[in-house]
Design a protein around this ligand. Structure first.
Ligand code: ZN
Length: 268
């Protein structure tokens, strides 16, 4: 089996996780900028985090033969503070040329507040100006449907944004159709407690197809499973999906989306 982990918060993981992922067939990891589990006190904290994502973490991953890529932004949760968000947004352009930065993410909404929407619009504008791919986080549970609608409105009302260059992550049964019908890519996050289980993710693939879909573990500092993608692949095989269909979903699809950024390259 071979796969790409297109959304893993590797800074929260231990080296044993890298070893397990490489052993399970992982070929590359991509790490969106995220909430650290606590609010940073200034833009300097983000500067250091962006250095960690672009300098330190690729070296750590390389020890296990894994190319490491990342996405940059201020996450929706800390975007409530617009002044802080502006300071962080001003930092991002000078990191965008770094060789492993794939785009702007994971932006989106957390509580669907007005300030979050404003900062989302600023990120979308930055991505459009800098011709960057976009990775979007959708809110949890009861806020998800409303948040997904708001996010799609923001993206669709900017004529510079091409939906095939945006992935809307953490889709579930009630949001996936809206995302795919609008021409965006959809990410399914495999979580043991919230978001999608393997079985639900495979149900969604069976219902809506796998043309513009990827699966990720989003493994982070909370309860999460770094090997969630290969576990879901086993669930697909158990249900009779072919090895080719599994490979398309967990390996070729992420490559197809991510290769829209010329910096995403796997070693020959
Ligand atoms: Zn994430």
């Amino acid at each position: 089996m071979r796969y790409i982990e297109p959304h893993g918060h590797m800074v929260s993981l231990v080296t044993d996780d890298y070893l397990d992922m490489a052993t399970a067939g992982c070929q590359a990891v991509c790490e969106p900028a995220f909430w650290a589990g606590f609010d940073r006190s200034s833009a300097d904290g983000f500067h250091d985090y962006f250095c960690q994502l672009t300098e330190h973490e690729p070296k750590r991953a390389a020890r296990f033969g894994l190319p490491h890529f990342c996405w940059l932004c201020i996450n929706p949760k800390e975007s409530e503070d617009i002044a802080l968000a502006d300071d962080v947004l001003a930092l991002i352009p000078k990191f965008l040329d770094r060789p492993t930065v794939l785009g702007i993410g994971e932006i989106g909404l957390n509580k669907n507040s007005r300030n979050e929407v404003k900062v989302l619009e600023k990120h979308v504008d930055l991505a459009a100006r800098e011709q960057q791919l976009i990775l979007v986080h959708t809110p949890h549970l009861e806020d998800k449907l409303k948040g997904t609608r708001l996010i799609l409105d923001v993206l669709q009302s900017d004529s510079r944004i091409r939906p095939e260059r945006c992935i809307i992550d953490h889709v579930e049964e009630h949001t996936v159709r809206r995302v795919l019908d609008a021409g965006f890519w959809a990410g399914m996050t495999l979580y043991p407690e919230s978001k999608c289980t393997s079985a639900r993710a495979v149900d969604i693939v069976e219902m809506y197809g796998a043309e513009r879909v990827w699966m990720n573990s989003a493994c982070d500092w909370g309860v999460s499973v770094p090997l969630a993608v290969p576990y879901a692949a086993l669930e697909m095989r158990r249900r009779g999906h072919s090895a080719e269909a599994v490979d398309r979903l967990i390996y070729q699809n992420p490559i197809r989306f991510l290769s829209q950024c010329p910096k995403f390259k796997l070693p020959a």
